[in-house]
Design a protein around this ligand. Structure first.
Ligand SMILES: Oc1cc(-c2ccc(F)cc2)cc2nccnc12
Ligand SMILES: [Mg+2]
Length: 214
């Protein structure tokens, strides 16, 4: 029973990053995953696109589906304005346990609520549990066969408002064809593709930004 990859990533953060410095946490993870062990963080290339979309939206209520080790959680939370909040949903308890520690190491725990469980069960409970009226920004980065189901669930729960931005990772690799078809053909979304590459590789991947039109 050795350590897990997420635990090794946490060790790398504790060794190479400065407590309370989100950028150093991001750099430590990117360096580890590029040079030691590949991991499914959104990464530094797609991360720059995430940063720019986030800065443009400047959300007061953000949702992330798929925390993993908290890399994109830290990327998002570090750019939130004072008083804004990020709710992040993770199904895997081992991932969630590491993510909590990485988010805390970055000093961002007051801006982030990490909720453990299946997104399909948790989305309908977000309003009653956390007093969320609706989200301005949603980052989809969990299991690809949940993107469309959870988008429709967010619509049906009234958690999207006119102008809400959905940003989806991995629309090329591993790929989310049904989701892409939906957001690109629905009159309720204005969608565009940001070409990039799969984290820490030269393979193509990209982010799809879809604005909910109400
Ligand atoms: O960014 C990602 C990349 C991959 C992934 C795995 C294996 C490959 F070969 C290529 C890509 C899986 C992911 N699952 C959930 C959320 N994000 C993911
Ligand atoms: Mg991803």
């Amino acid at each position: 029973t050795g350590s897990s990859q997420p635990q090794r990533m946490l060790k790398a953060v504790q060794k190479n990053a400065t407590k309370g410095d989100p950028q150093s946490v991001i750099s430590a993870i990117d360096h580890y995953c590029r040079n030691k062990e590949w991991a499914m963080n959104v990464g530094d290339d797609k991360g720059l696109i995430l940063d720019s979309v986030l800065t443009e939206v400047n959300p007061s209520a953000a949702l992330e589906l798929g925390t993993y080790c908290g890399y994109s959680t830290v990327r998002i939370a570090r750019l939130l304005s004072p008083g804004s909040k990020l709710i992040t949903v993770e199904f895997n308890p081992a991932f969630a346990a590491v993510a909590r520690q990485i988010i805390a190491y970055a000093g961002l725990q007051d801006k982030v609520t990490l909720v453990e469980g299946p997104s399909g069960d948790l989305i309908p409970k977000l309003r009653e549990r956390f007093g969320v009226k609706s989200f301005d920004f949603v980052f989809l980065d969990h299991w690809k066969d949940r993107y469309l189901l959870d988008t429709k669930l967010l619509e049906d729960c009234g958690l999207l408002q006119k102008g809400t931005v959905l940003l989806a990772d991995n629309v090329i690799c591993p790929g989310t064809p049904e989701y892409l078809k939906y957001v690109r053909s629905s009159p309720r979304y204005e969608s565009r593709y940001y070409k990039s590459n799969l984290e820490y590789t030269k393979l193509e991947d990209g982010l799809e930004k879809s604005v909910f039109l109400g």
